[in-house]
Design a protein around this ligand. Sequence first.
Ligand SMILES: *Cc1c(COP(=O)(O)O)cnc(C)c1O
Length: 381
Amino acid sequence: MKFATKTIHAGQHPDPTTGAVMTPIYQTSTYVQASPGDHKGYEYSRTGNPTRNALENNIAALENGKFGLCFGSGLAAIDCIIKLLKPGDEVISTNDLYGGSYRIFTTVFEKLGIKFHFTGMSNLNNIESLVNSNTKMIWAETPTNPMLNIADIKGLSLISKKKDLILVVDNTFATPYLQRPLDLGADIVMHSLTKYMGGHSDVVMGGAICKDEKLAEKLYALQNSCGAVPGPQDSFLVLRGIKTLHLRMQRHCENGKVVANFLKEHPKVENVYWPGFTSHVNHNIAKEQMDDFGGMISFDLVGNKLEDAINLVSNTHFFTLAESLGGVESLIGHPASMTHAAIPKAEREKTGVVDSLIRLSVGIEDIDDLIMDLKKALDSL
Ligand SMILES: *Cc1c(COP(=O)(O)O)cnc(C)c1O
């Protein structure tokens, strides 16, 4: 099955009892047993629910994996994956990590005895020097948020295989439409399904996908033991969202390219961060491991003034000022005061999150309206 067919059909078949073409919302916590243990594969909805299972099988197919698991949020998926580890274990991750991932690592799991190292992952040499006998996992994000840094997944997998580590890739920004980390040697792919996969800014959900059966068994045991599963209604919404993933992503990429090039030429704009530019660090790796460059773009302003950035993000009309990303509608954000406000100024500036940095999630509206909107707000600075 090709990708565009999988988005619509994988994991789903007409309902055996009624013939309903769309997977029903099985709004039930429990399932009848004819005699103890004699049931149709479902006992209790924390352990398994047909609507959720359809979605789990769908995301597994999209990532070319074998096993999929869904969670109540992206962070609940992260929580489950890190619980594969034990006190004393060490994880190597990127210094340009999604803020919520950084928070759960440093405020929740460090307390439980797991040690995290954060380094620039654009350069693989930074990683090898941090590996020691306690290292158990590499946690990568590519492209990163908000600087769109690119890590070489194949290169990371060579290091992790040599040292017997688990390589996890947070594939939220790229989605399997653009990048399939398991094919490049990753062991687990993690998603915030809240973003492009759901695609309509109406659900919070997370996912994890792997190929290895032993690893899957451990993850299923944790999912069932810790219990952070999504409900059937939300599972249905994400299943429906994914049916248009390929069409949405195609338009996100097209619009993203036009917006990135427009910003690059605008006299009020200093730097534009978008992996499609040949000047972007690791552009060649992005070109190799991704099928296109996506609709996430960051840029900063000439003069780097905080008030210019605040003015700009408050004056766009179609680019709505809000957290999150990946929905059909365009969003604009100011990382220094929103998503990255918790990180000290000196620390965030080291990775490029300066006062005037602005992040766009370019939606699938008409490109002429989007450009006019940005032009008006930029020209008025
Ligand atoms: C949003 C996001 C998460 C966290 O997912 P939630 O669904 O918000 O819990 C993790 N990683 C990345 C890259 C994200 O954008």
